[in-house]
Design a protein around this ligand. Sequence first.
Ligand SMILES: C[S@@+](CC[C@H](N)C(=O)[O-])C[C@H]1O[C@@H](n2cnc3c(N)ncnc32)[C@H](O)[C@@H]1O
Length: 424
Amino acid sequence: MTETDVDPDRAAELRGQMVDALVADGMIISAQVEAVMRTVPRHRFAPDASLDEAYAPYKAVFTKKDAHGVITSSVSAPQIQAMMLEQAEVAQGMRVLEIGSGGYNAALLAELVGEAGEVTTIDIDPDVTARAERLLADTGYARVQVVAGDAEDGVAASAPYDRILVTVGAWDIPPAWIAQLAPKGRLVVPLRIKGLTRSIAFDHAEDHLVGTSGQVCGFVPMQGAGRHQEQQVLVTGTGEIALRFDDGLPVEPSSLDNAVRTPRAESWTGVGVGRQEPFDTLQLFLATVLPGFCIMAVDPDLDTGLVSPSNKWFSMATVDDRSFAYLTTRPTADPQSVEFGVHAFGSGRAALAETVAAQVRAWDQEQRGGPGPRIEVHPVGTPDDQLPAGRVVDKRHSRVTLSWSAAPTADDQAVPHTPTAQGE
Ligand SMILES: C[S@@+](CC[C@H](N)C(=O)[O-])C[C@H]1O[C@@H](n2cnc3c(N)ncnc32)[C@H](O)[C@@H]1O
């Protein structure tokens, strides 16, 4: 679609509807974010998409794929952009670094900081930066500085930044991002912790970062020096069921070789959840308290029905040295709600199912409806006794801590494996 094909009135109408929907859904909260999203012509940054696609409030516009067809660049969904801008609380006159370019979000940032502020955007892909630079110039935002390069080192030339917004999925926080953040600055980043991605607003606290809010989100993964490959264990020879581990394997993979041949153990929790109710804090809670936490994915083309999670693509799971277990649900008398339960396989299946079920009940009683964990990022090498209490997730450059109000840790929360008759 060329600019001359576009009906500007229709574009403005759809833009208004997009913003109205995001306000109604609570994704846009502040007058500032609302105003800039009403102003910037998003469709001009997605010229190959139809107007309807460009202004769909919950959809990204994909702009580049690699040789294997994997999406490597996009104009992110308006909802995600609104959410991250709200987390960032960008104000007039600020100096901002955006990591991952597309043009649109940088234009929103340019509006938020005004003429007195400064926006720099960096992308590892020179095609993306060339495109962003052109589209920003065409739409009147030539003042955004566009840099081609790996964001692992930030952009020192324009530092320090009042805000750094990372718009690509990160597994770690490189030291340059903290070093280039102003003393009271804020970093908003989609951070992957144990396979779960949350957009977290981190405030700068001397040599470390303190997370103030975490929102569920999905992003294309970081390339370059910050790329991180998860490891997987295939529990059947066919590759039907994969267990994905984000931070190394906690068990010898061959210990699970025959697990799936055992009968299934089940443990039902008595914990109900509304069909539309979010349970993202349960995911983080299980990732905190279960040492073998992982994500289970079933290949739909190979699925023989050996396992029956509620979500075949992405289920919370865990392993011990002889069994694996995953979370599932079953209907209840209330058609609007389901009950959490656990299925487990392997020689220790009943005990592992009970362990996971007990943790679901612990979440229900102690953390449900709460704010989730306090998440901090400390430099690698920080001694344990200088970290907050809770679970430590070690990354290449940093030590990420998850602390719950009741401060559960893998050690003090794990329920002893007492074998029971069921399924053993
Ligand atoms: C979701 S897109 C960015 C969306 C954009 N901010 C917008 O306005 O909608 C993510 C981008 O991150 C870039 N990227 C991936 N790894 C990177 C790295 N190490 N350094 C800089 N950019 C990177 C990709 O090339 C991709 O263009």
